[in-house]
Write a protein that binds this ligand. Structure first.
Ligand code: ATP
Ligand code: MG
Length: 418
């Protein structure tokens, strides 16, 4: 769709901000969702990963709130990292209209957040847990609130978050605009929307579950003990930045050690890390200090990191929808990338579920067992099984010392340290 932002009913100030961030044309979800959102309608927005859903809700809200006072918009998203990321476009577009925002997330100083809320920022961007804590303490006033956004709506409405969300909804005016967005919007969200939204407009650019168009998917059927060798082989094929997903925090730590031992600058992101460690891992990955980020599904949704060339599903996700979100961390905006998935014979049912959600097959690819890197890693593994002397990749070795590589930008030139 070769439309222009000028036709969407946005102000000159916002069009200026769009030029500054070099958004020349609206993406399809933006051109279809902005006009109804500007007129105050409730929206259920579905479009593939990396296609600009954030601006599709931020832009109309800054226009609607311009020249009004008080806390008018609440954006909820499932993780701290995602809220921090959303705060960037909010900052740019809200500032252009003289509006303010506050970030309310766990792991950070609550006192500072309370102070920020006292100033009645136009937007509150929050993870549900911390917001509930502040609500319980009477620290937030949503009396004037006009719009609620649930980014990653299906994740927000699943069992884990629902009790917190219900507590938050109680604190919001019943008459308000509600906007839901995700790349996967199944029947549960639709049911919720029927109860909670008022005559919502369904903007479905692509059907729920449609994977990122330019992500080249590959499925490797492996034995569990071959996963490390395959991971190192894929990383040896190019120097692209890689995001590696594991099923659990413990496995993420273990894969991190494997990568570090093989000389790959890597960091780990999961819920047992401190906020400082999480921030440092994310920032280092964004800057290119780390070539690899190993993460649990905490990083599956919404994160927008430039130049992620490979997503590697070392383990399959707990929920099949998250496959679509995980692989969507590559091939964002106009970029392309490779999404490799390691499946064992036990994973057949989950693979079938994923393929049902996507309405397509993940192409099967032969495991490169003849490649020298694979053979070397495999031989090391076999030797470690015979002689459990020095720590090997599948042993429970303690974490290695801090990496001693110098920091710097390596996004496209991750050479192995020997
Ligand atoms: N109109 C536009 N022109 C150019 N770039 C854009 C435009 N809209 C958004 N982008 C950029 O595209 C990238 C993806 O946007 P965004 O994170 O909003 O995608 P998303 O649809 O929310 O994806 P996900 O489902 O993974 O959360 C961002 O880097 C954003 O800055
Ligand atoms: Mg998003």
């Amino acid at each position: 769709m070769s439309e222009s932002f000028d036709r969407l009913g946005l102000s000159k100030a916002t069009l200026g901000a769009l030029r500054r961030v070099r958004f020349t044309q609206p993406t399809p979800i933006q051109s279809q969702a902005i006009p109804p959102a500007l007129s105050g309608k409730d929206i259920i927005g579905c479009a593939a990963t990396g296609t600009g859903k954030t601006a599709a809700y931020v832009l109309p809200l800054v226009e609607r709130f311009h020249s009004k006072k008080g806390t008018l918009g609440l954006v909820l998203a499932p993780t701290r990292e995602l809220i921090q990321q959303i705060s960037e476009p909010v900052q740019v577009f809200a500032e252009a209209r003289g509006l303010t925002h506050a970030v309310v997330i766990g792991g950070e100083d609550m006192g500072a957040q309370v102070e920020a809320l006292k100033a009645q920022p136009t937007f509150v961007l929050a993870t549900p847990g911390r917001l509930v804590d502040l609500l319980e303490n009477g620290m937030v006033d949503f009396g004037k609130l006009e719009a609620l956004v649930l980014d990653e709506a299906d994740r927000m409405l699943d069992m884990g978050f629902l009790p917190q969300l219900e507590r938050i909804f109680e604190a919001l005016p019943r008459r308000r605009q509600t906007l839901l967005f995700s790349a996967t919007l199944g029947p549960d969200v639709t049911r919720f929307a029927r109860e909670m939204l008022y005559r919502p407009v369904r903007v479905e650019v692509t059907r729920s579950g449609t994977p990122a168009e330019r992500a080249e998917q590959r499925l490797y059927v492996v034995k569990p003990e071959e996963k490390s060798a395959l991971l190192l082989t894929l990383l040896a094929e190019d120097e692209a930045t890689a995001l590696v997903f594991t099923k659990t925090k413990e496995r993420a730590d273990k894969v991190l050690r494997t990568l570090q031992r093989a000389g790959h600058k890597s960091a780990v992101l999961h819920a047992d890390r401190t906020q400082n460690q999480r921030r440092q891992a994310m920032e280092g990955f964004r800057k290119g200090t780390y070539r690899c980020l190993v993460a649990t599904d905490i990083a599956a949704r919404g994160l927008d990191v430039e130049d992620v060339g490979q997503v590697i599903n070392y383990d399959l996700p707990h929920s099949p929808e998250d496959y679509v979100h995980r692989i969507g961390r590559t091939a964002r905006a106009q970029a392309s990338g490779v999404a490799s998935t390691f499946a064992t014979s036990k994973d057949k049912a989950v693979v079938a579920q994923i393929e049902r959600i996507m309405r397509g097959q993940i192409p099967r690819v032969e495991v490169p067992r003849d490649s020298p890197v694979f053979r070397e890693a495999w031989n090391q593994f076999v030797a470690s099984q015979k002689d459990p002397g020095p720590p090997q990749q599948d042993s429970e070795a303690p974490p290695q010392r801090e990496q001693r590589q110098p920091a710097g930008r390596h996004a496209r030139t991750h050479r192995k340290q020997r």
